[in-house]
Design a binder for this molecule. Structure first.
Ligand code: DHB
Ligand code: FE
Length: 286
């Protein structure tokens, strides 16, 4: 059976890709951010996931204001990186796992979700930057399943809906017959607002509350509406929904392995978390 071995959560600010390309990881501006990653890479190198199931938000590449699914699941065999103009070097394509994608789609539809099914999908900095942070040599040893959550066009799905989506995806993964080690990934956040009167808005207290909930009981965030999150985390801080869904997919005994928080990277409160997920039965036996 497939097993969710852990969750990795990271901001995906486009400038990260440029900093990697220019080898600026040790410059004073970037060092506090990049210092979070060697232990994450060490854990990933040891745990060797086969597939990364990404909860992320598309920034106008596949979907725009004219047609915006609330949730969309990739079922392609390749995902080409085509960022939407931040000047990030493009990477080699990511391999998909269409069979697992269709299993997840079937599972969540049976659970009452109506995702858009994407047999062709390109990906932006919300996928390429976390992949580069895990695998800086751009050799991708994993396949990916991207699950896009609308964070652009209102109405936005709120914490409870994204929590339920994550639970349904988690159930689907854990019921997959192949022996796969799956890492779930929440891409984006934490608090940030890129435009309007509150451009540059960051809310450290709310970010801490969210990270504590991600480490512990993520359903504690379900009391907030999508608009509460806009108010508390900023208009783009709603990328938090990707973290909520990824965390909700983890249904075993969860342990916090790493946490890092640094203000700001570009306009964003940058945050990184790594959690392990042990099957409840194994945890009981130990
Ligand atoms: C920034 C953050 C994002 O999440 C994004 O998608 C684009 C830009 C930023 O802080 O620059
Ligand atoms: Fe973003």
């Amino acid at each position: 059976m497939a097993r969710i071995i852990g969750g990795f959560f990271t901001s995906h600010v486009p400038a990260i890709g440029n900093a990697i390309a220019k080898k600026q990881q040790n410059e004073p501006y970037w060092k506090p951010f990049f210092d979070a990653f060697p232990p994450v890479r060490e854990w990933i190198g040891k745990e060797k996931p086969d597939v990364v199931v990404f909860f992320y938000n598309d920034h106008g590449l596949n979907f725009f204001l004219d047609k915006m699914p609330i949730f969309a699941v990739g079922a392609a065999s390749d995902y080409v990186s085509e960022d939407e103009g931040w000047g990030i070097p493009t990477t080699s394509a990511f391999k998909g796992d269409p069979k697992l994608s269709w299993h997840i789609i079937n599972g969540i539809v049976a659970d009452g979700f109506d995702p858009v099914m994407c047999q062709e999908m390109t990906v932006d900095h919300a996928i390429t930057n976390p992949m580069l942070l895990m695998y800086p040599d751009s050799n991708w040893p994993v396949r990916i399943v991207p699950i896009a959550i609308n964070s652009i066009q209102h109405p936005l799905p709120g914490p409870k809906r994204c929590y339920d989506l994550g639970r349904a995806v988690g159930r689907a993964i854990e019921s997959y017959g192949e022996n796969l080690r799956v890492l779930v990934l929440g891409s984006g956040g934490l608090s940030h607002q890129l435009d309007g009167e509150r451009a540059g808005f960051i809310n450290k207290a709310f970010d801490q509350e969210c990270m504590d909930a991600i480490a512990g009981d993520v359903s504690a965030l379900n009391k907030y509406s999508a608009l509460d999150v806009v108010e508390k985390a900023g208009a783009q801080g709603v990328e938090l929904m990707c973290w909520i869904a990824a965390r909700a997919a983890m249904q075993g005994r969860v342990r916090e392995l790493r946490r890092s928080y640094h203000i700001p990277i570009s306009n964003t409160a940058s945050a990184v978390m790594l959690l392990s997920n042990e099957p409840v039965e194994a945890a009981k036996a130990a």
